[in-house]
Design a protein around this ligand. Structure first.
Ligand code: 5AD
Ligand code: SF4
Length: 469
């Protein structure tokens, strides 16, 4: 260990695949490596260590990792001392097999083993020994969340306005298509005090928006007999300096009345919810083991919309689940039209190792999955566009998050395109100086497209004619 703490500066390149959980895990990985004197770099060529933080939710995501490993093999021929590590869900799923498949790979660490990275690195450095560690633990290794204590954490935040905070990990639901319970383990929640302390540190570092993340946030604290998720949200809303709070992901079966009521009570809680439905057909929902019916789901969404007509709602949908008939699919189509989602994240069903549905006999042909996905996405584009059209001319508050994607990397800094988000999570691009970063500003929506809105800042809040979000 001593050997690793030498003063020589080294660079780490972390490539993150997949969900917000992985993004937050990458922060923790970086925090640990900083203590070993590694500095982050965006250029793999400059790096002394490369870590792939991986996702295996669908086969396509998994295949991306093998392509990335192939590219790293070439890099290692030029840089033989480069240390290569693979973490996250593919690491958990494949373990030692990955070491056999990729002889240039040094370290494989599972989803519960981030805190063991210093030992694994030291084994490579001292003994040139390659290893895989994928043990599940039955407690959350709180020390790996200490990255926000880093001296330079705030310094690196110049363009960072928002942060994720993990509240729980793993899942006990075992939806029949999903690999998460196998690669992330059983549900486990962090202590509410630890979470609240982390939120305070982030607020002190200048963060304005917090997203609480977990596979199934609604069952936060159930096993640990800690406070409920609604109570946790309420406590986070009390944190000085934090202006906006979001959470992801909710399970429709566990979304409680007190959570629905909270949107009305807590001003900082964004009027936005991601509520994955997966399918509009009761037959398919049952085979997916989702634990709710189409009617239960619609009831919850209507309740939310009745109380908060301005709430932004998005969902996840899987098409081509085993046994999905044309009429099941039409029920999903009909559902997205009725729900008028702001956006959907839609996927072709992908059989995953160990899951129940992978063994179902009535798998759907790839071509049908593709056709259904294309129709679904085209219909949703129209719905999103119609929703966006309703925003034209309205004045809404946005939290300015950074430079707009269209001008990122542009070399003319005189015209600064910024992007921000409404409370209901719609992206708005505006012109303005960097001084607006991290500020909530009122803007009037002037133009719309399928993916974003364009607005101009209005001088005073009285100009706000129609408050949408
Ligand atoms: N095939 C396709 N999509 C999947 N998802 C999860 N597992 C699979 C799978 N095997 C989708 C679900 C989930 C989102 C994160 O990924 O829609 O909500
Ligand atoms: Fe996967 Fe279902 Fe758990 Fe979500 S609730 S992570 S879809 S098993």
């Amino acid at each position: 260990m001593e050997l690793l703490l030498n003063k020589e500066e080294k660079y780490i390149f972390i490539e993150t695949f997949g969900c917000q959980m992985n993004e937050n895990d990458s922060e923790r990985i970086l925090g640990i490596l900083k203590r070993l004197n590694y500095k982050p770099t965006d250029e793999p060529y400059k790096a002394d260590m490369v870590i792939l933080n991986t996702c295996s939710i669908r086969d396509k995501a998994e295949q991306k990792i093998y392509s990335a490993l192939g590219r790293l093999k070439k890099l290692k021929t030029y840089k033989p001392d480069l240390i290569i590590g693979v973490g996250g869900c593919v690491a958990q799923q494949e373990g030692e097999k990955l070491l056999r498949r990729a002889p240039h790979l040094d370290i494989v660490f599972g989803t519960h083993n981030i805190h063991h990275l210093p030992d694994l690195i030291s084994k490579v450095k001292l003994n040139k020994s390659r290893s895989a560690l994928t043990e599940f633990s039955d407690f959350i290794e709180e020390e790996s969340f200490a990255y926000t204590y880093e001296k330079d954490y705030a310094k690196n935040l110049s363009q960072r306005v928002k942060a994720f905070v993990t509240v729980m990990r793993g899942c006990d639901n075992f939806c029949s298509y999903c690999i998460v319970p196998y690669v992330r383990g059983r549900e486990m929640s962090r202590k509410s005090n630890d979470i609240l302390q982390e939120v305070e540190r982030l607020a002190e570092a200048g963060i304005k928006e917090i997203t609480l993340v977990g596979q199934n946030v609604n069952s936060y604290g159930n096993k640990e007999e800690d406070i409920s998720f609604a109570e946790l949200l309420r406590a986070v809303c009390r944190a000085d300096g934090i202006e906006r709070i979001r959470f992801i992901t909710s399970h429709p079966k566990d979304m409680s009345e007190d959570l629905i009521e909270l949107f009305g009570e807590e001003k900082k809680l964004c009027r936005y919810i991601h509520l994955p439905v997966q399918s509009g057909s009761n037959t398919i929902l049952k085979r997916m083991s989702r634990g709710y019916t189409r009617e239960d789901y619609i009831g919850k969404v209507y309740k939310l919309k009745r109380f908060y007509p301005d709430i932004g709602i998005t969902t996840d949908i899987i098409v081509g689940f085993p046994g999905e008939t044309q009429s099941d699919f039409l029920e999903t189509m009909n559902l997205i039209q009725e729900m008028e989602y702001d956006n959907i994240f839609s996927f072709k069903y992908s059989p995953r190792p160990e899951t129940k549905a992978a063994a179902f006999a009535d798998q759907i042909a790839e071509q049908i999955k593709e056709e259904r996905l294309a129709i679904l996405q085209e219909t949703q584009r129209d719905i999103t566009m119609r929703n966006n059209q309703k925003m034209l001319g309205k004045v809404v508050d946005i939290l300015v998050e950074g430079r707009s994607k269209t001008t990122e990397g542009a070399y003319d800094n005189t015209i600064n395109q910024l992007m921000g988000r409404t409370s209901c999570s719609k992206i708005v691009n505006i012109s303005g100086g960097n001084a607006y970063l991290g500020k909530i500003v009122p803007v009037r929506i002037e133009k719309i497209s399928a993916n974003s809105l364009m607005g101009i800042m209005v001088k005073n809040r009285e100009e706000r004619i129609n408050i949408c979000c």
